[in-house]
Write a protein that binds this ligand. Structure first.
Ligand code: NAD
Ligand code: ZN
Length: 381
């Protein structure tokens, strides 16, 4: 089959690899009809995630059709159209029983913190991902979700990660009626966090980024105010001025970063490093939120130590919440929002690129070229 193949930082290509096979009675094989590239894949592409091995196939956002099932699979049959949440989970451990599917205890037992994620390095379990023609889906009775007939493939693929993650970001912010919510990052996750903030009762939504075409998109799509941080000297002061000197009720980090805090530099060419090595955006969240406010973090950080401005967080009495999204928990509610017309996820898809051209797709998405917001990869038919 054709599959994305990681060769090293900034080097990916499409190669022929052996088709995946059923390795366990609980497995299914899914023929992929669409997959996305995610901001999380950029962390792999940039070499930020330890134990990302040459030869690994990325891709944790994919949908497809069940091609084969193991003898133990009861809930799926050949031909079912399924979306596969990005986390692999067992469905029965302490965490899964509490619907914390992103924190499953059984799918990545060697790791101390991270759960298992398709196509996300051996740190996240070493499972090959869905930027391919076929993918092996373990525990197929538990993770995959049959796509209702009235849900479009383009919406379904965004339900594997970006939309539920944005939604969970807003949920973890514990938004109260009328709250002012500041979302850092106007990528797919930030866009959906902004949209979700309104669904949860926000009175005002402000999105911060430095990429103008993304800010223009989110302003229109989520009817929010926007700030280009390159035009601002002091972010916390700026947000305070915008909020009658209170600060935001809720700040959401939909950016993430690396241990050196240099992610902004890779995008803008400007050095935005914050002393102490923490991410710029984490400082901005903690300093821009009001006393007693909530900071919700879904942006991904390397598993290395990050210096958090914990003193300010303590002095302000903040609540900090963060997690990998538990995708499956949100699906029924999000499908109802799509049906009701509250949200139209597929509008964020800007590029449809053949899987053969995966190297171009990564380059365009990583470098923010050609007004790219969300690229999807189409396998050969
Ligand atoms: P993306 O790369 O498309 O978007 C990130 C955006 O942040 C870009 O538009 C960039 O210009 C902007 N940015 C960079 N520095 C900034 C700063 N200091 N302030 C404000 N904006 C800044 O990525 P995405 O797909 O939207 O994902 C966003 C983050 O969410 C990534 O870190 C990704 O790994 C993470 N993520 C987490 C989960 C989870 O379950 N927790 C799931 C999916 C994605
Ligand atoms: Zn993702």
């Amino acid at each position: 089959m054709l599959a994305m193949n990681y060769r090293g930082p900034y080097r990916v290509r499409a190669d022929h690899k052996p088709d995946p096979v059923i390795e366990h009675p609980g497995d299914a094989i899914v023929r992929v009809t669409r997959s996305c590239i995610c901001g999380s894949d950029l962390h792999l592409y940039h070499g930020m995630v330890p134990d990302t091995r040459v030869g690994h196939t990325f891709g944790h956002e994919f949908i497809g059709v069940v091609e084969d099932v193991g003898t133990g699979v009861q809930n799926l049959k050949v031909g079912d159209r399924v979306l596969v949440p990005f986390n692999l989970f067992c469905g029965s451990c302490f965490f899964c029983q509490r619907e914390l599917f992103g924190n499953c205890h059984n799918t990545n037992p060697q790791a101390t913190a991270v759960g298992a994620i398709y196509g996300y390095s051996h740190t996240a379990g070493g499972y090959d991902g869905g930027q391919a023609e076929y993918v092996r889906v373990p525990m197929a009775d538990v993770g995959p979700f049959k796509i209702p007939d009235d849900i479009h493939d383009d919406d379904a693929v965004l339900l594997t990660d970006a939309l539920p993650t944005g939604y969970q970001a807003a949920e973890m912010g514990d938004i109260q009626e009328g709250d002012t919510v500041v979302v850092f990052g106007a990528g797919p996750v930030g866009i959906f966090a902004a949209k979700s903030a309104w669904l949860m009762g926000a009175g005002r939504v402000i999105v911060v980024d430095c990429v103008d075409y993304r800010l223009e998109f989110v302003k229109r799509y989520a009817q929010c105010e926007v700030v280009n941080f390159l035009e601002v000297n002091d972010m916390a002061l700026h947000i305070k001025k915008m909020t009658d000197w209170m600060g935001a009720d809720v700040c959401i980090d939909a950016v993430g970063g690396d241990a050196s805090g240099n992610i902004t530099q890779t995008i803008t060419g400007r050095l935005m490093k914050v002393q102490g090595g923490a991410s710029t955006v984490l400082h901005w969240c903690i300093n821009s939120v009001r006393k007693g406010g909530n900071v919700s973090i879904v942006g991904v950080y390397g598993p290395t130590t990050n210096a958090v401005p914990i003193g300010n967080a303590l002095n302000k009495g903040l609540t900090l919440r963060m997690n990998q999204a538990s995708v499956k928990r949100h699906l029924p509610r999000l499908i109802e929002h799509i049906r009701a017309g509250h949200i139209d996820p597929k509008q964020i898809i800007t590029h449809r690129i053949p899987l053969e051209e995966v190297a171009d797709a990564y380059h365009i998405f990583s470098s923010k070229l050609d007004n790219c917001i969300k690229p999807i990869l189409i396998p050969p038919s």
